[in-house]
Write a protein that binds this ligand. Structure first.
Ligand code: SF4
Ligand code: SF4
Ligand code: SF4
Length: 251
């Protein structure tokens, strides 16, 4: 019997799912699995027990909170897909603001009709077996994790910072130009597309395990204001470990 796979999306931009749909790898996977639930990719979906469920997006409403608990009950493995799921994503910037003010700013007189919870990373709500990081994810990570899972292997974590990807591309360093960059503490494996395009890394993949945060902050304080440093770590993975403290002003 083919493995039953589901991809769910919560509050997000669906960019990570688009990365999957655009991946050539998905064509190779299609014949080998049954996509039971994949709203973006197919018309007919149903509930079942899933071998693997991917969850994209942040849990912002009580409906989504109940949904992820139900998905967990129905799934052997749950994978958090993208930084919204792994670390709260862009929407979690509101955790650092007056939420009611933020809602009024966005929704005006309809603000009272909009429900927004304090946004937690998915692994703080339900048990998550693996995370595929990034805003958006890089298709190679999805391919590697799926290939490993279906081969019965435990997917490996990246252990090098974005700087390693960046240096291998021969990019000039943003820090040496006096621009704040999160690369030294950010979880690598993305290929450093941002510094390769001439802009700093915003750490969208969250932190490495055991990053050299003290050294990074000492360096950043010499070239950037406190507010700029806070904004750098509060963008795409604001509820990630360490980034959450820096984004909250603990420098
Ligand atoms: S992680 Fe980024 S690309 Fe993926 S769904 Fe969230 S906002 Fe979109
Ligand atoms: S530009 Fe950023 S990612 Fe690249 S080497 Fe410098 S600090 Fe690291
Ligand atoms: S360079 Fe940084 S911000 Fe850009 S994709 Fe990689 S981790 Fe994300």
């Amino acid at each position: 019997m083919k493995p039953k796979v589901a991809i769910f999306d919560l509050t997000d931009c669906e960019g990570c799912e688009v990365q999957i749909v655009n991946s050539k790898f998905i064509d190779r996977v299609l014949g080998g699995v049954e996509f039971v639930h994949f709203r973006l990719g197919q018309r007919v979906n149903r509930w079942d027990n899933f071998d693997v469920a991917f969850i994209e997006g942040a849990v912002i409403t009580s409906h989504e909170l109940e949904l992820v608990k139900k998905i967990r009950e129905h799934s052997k493995l749950v994978i958090a897909l993208g930084s919204c799921a792994c670390f709260g994503g862009i929407a979690a910037i509101t955790n650092f603001m007056d939420r009611e003010e933020a809602k009024k700013y966005v929704y005006g007189e309809n603000a009272d009709k909009i429900e927004t919870l304090y946004i937690k990373p998915l692994p703080e709500i339900i048990k998550v077996d693996f995370m595929i990081r990034g805003c958006p994810i890089v298709p190679e990570d999805f391919e590697r994790v799926v290939s490993d899972l279906f081969a019965g292997r435990i997917p490996r974590e990246h252990t090098r910072p974005v700087c390693m990807d960046c240096k291998s591309k021969g990019n000039p360093c943003q820090l040496l130009k006096g621009v704040a960059c999160a690369g030294p503490v950010a979880y690598g494996g993305c290929g450093a597309p941002c510094p390769s395009a001439g802009v700093p890394c915003d750490g969208c993949r969250g932190p490495l395990e055991d990053p050299q945060t003290t050294a990074e902050l000492e360096l950043l304080k010499k070239i950037a204001s406190k507010d700029d440093i806070i904004r750098l770590f509060r963008k795409f993975a604001p509820m990630a470990p360490i980034f959450k403290e820096i984004g909250g002003g603990k420098l």
